[in-house]
Ligand binder design. Structure first.
Ligand SMILES: [Ca+2]
Ligand SMILES: [Ca+2]
Ligand SMILES: [Ca+2]
Ligand SMILES: [Ca+2]
Length: 305
């Protein structure tokens, strides 16, 4: 009697056990990947050597058992209006907490527990994953939204490397990771700030018009246009004093006379060039001293503040 194999010759071989034996070995020719072929169904034929030969056949169904041989895969995709390109997402610092910034799709080609994936954000970053839908769909494929979980502040941290780890439930389990760089964009959330809220200057009368009285300086924690400052004065002293909008130099336009006015008080404003414009101010007191002597605390008629 001889045993013969129908189909599936690519995967299996059949060896007859002896001339008169009624059994045969089925052996695997090479590794079978369950993710490519999960079941082999074939016919085994038995034929005697009589003339004419008599035959019989049986169908064999071979189910391939899964092994945990695939790591989970993680895809990070753009969502909504948040730009995401080449693994970099750009997010403005004023986004609300809980804003979704990317879609994360995890999948695992294995079966059962070997393909059940848990996904988390690593480390202390202000981002977290939330399931994209409440419905329990295909356990081997899950979608999450990557949300902001705390306020972002460009002035504190300009960039985050968000690492997402996916672990399957196989034994032993397999894991993989993917990452997203989140670049935080500046918004105009800081007003210009003067070093001092009140500036006291002593200046001699009978000055030359156009002389510098003082220089004020404000700083702005933002960047670019949001930190560019334009200085201005109260309109009440505009005829007497002027300020260079870029340098903050306060100049006197006229000849000052201590007998007429011995003290000027005015506000100096600093506006940034962001949208919306933010403003800071300081109050300047200019005390006039006699023309023949300076009463300036610093021993100089000019002060830089
Ligand atoms: Ca797996
Ligand atoms: Ca597998
Ligand atoms: Ca600003
Ligand atoms: Ca800012």
């Amino acid at each position: 009697m001889a045993l013969g194999l129908g189909v599936e010759k690519a995967f299996l071989s059949l060896c007859n056990r002896g001339q008169w034996k009624t059994s045969g070995w089925l052996s695997v020719l090479h590794r079978i990947d369950r993710e490519e072929v999960n079941q082999l169904r074939f016919t085994v034929m038995a034929r005697d050597r009589g003339q004419p030969p008599k035959t019989d056949k049986a169908t064999v169904v071979l189910n391939i058992k899964d092994e945990n041989d695939n790591v989970p895969s993680i895809e990070i995709r753009k969502i909504g209006r948040i730009p995401l390109k080449d693994g970099v997402a750009n997010v403005a610092e004023d986004v609300l907490v809980d804003t979704p910034i990317a879609l994360v799709q995890v999948s695992d080609r294995d079966q059962g527990e070997n393909g059940v994936v848990t996904c988390t954000v690593v480390g202390d970053v202000p981002f977290q994953l939330k399931p994209a839908s409440d419905t329990e769909g295909d356990q081997n494929k899950k979608k999450y939204f990557l949300h902001t979980s705390a306020p972002l502040d460009y002035e504190t941290t300009r960039e985050f490397n968000v690492v997402i780890v996916a672990v399957d439930s196989g034994s032993p389990s397999l894991s993989s990771n993917n990452s997203l760089v989140v670049k935080v964009g500046d918004t105009n959330d800081n007003p210009p700030v003067f070093g001092q809220s009140v500036v006291e200057v002593y200046f001699p009368e009978n000055n030359i018009p156009g002389e510098r009285v003082a220089t004020v300086l404000a700083t702005d924690a933002d960047s670019g246009k949001n930190a560019e400052i334009a200085y201005s004065l109260d309109s009440s002293v505009m005829g007497t004093f002027a300020i260079d909008p870029d340098s903050g130099d306060i100049l006197v336009n006229t000849v000052l006379d201590r007998e007429q006015t011995d003290r000027y008080e005015f506000k100096v404003n600093a506006k940034d060039k962001g949208i919306p414009v933010l403003q800071g101010s300081t109050t300047s007191f200019t005390d006039l001293t006699c023309s023949n002597g300076y009463a300036n605390l610093n021993g100089s008629p000019h002060m830089t503040i």
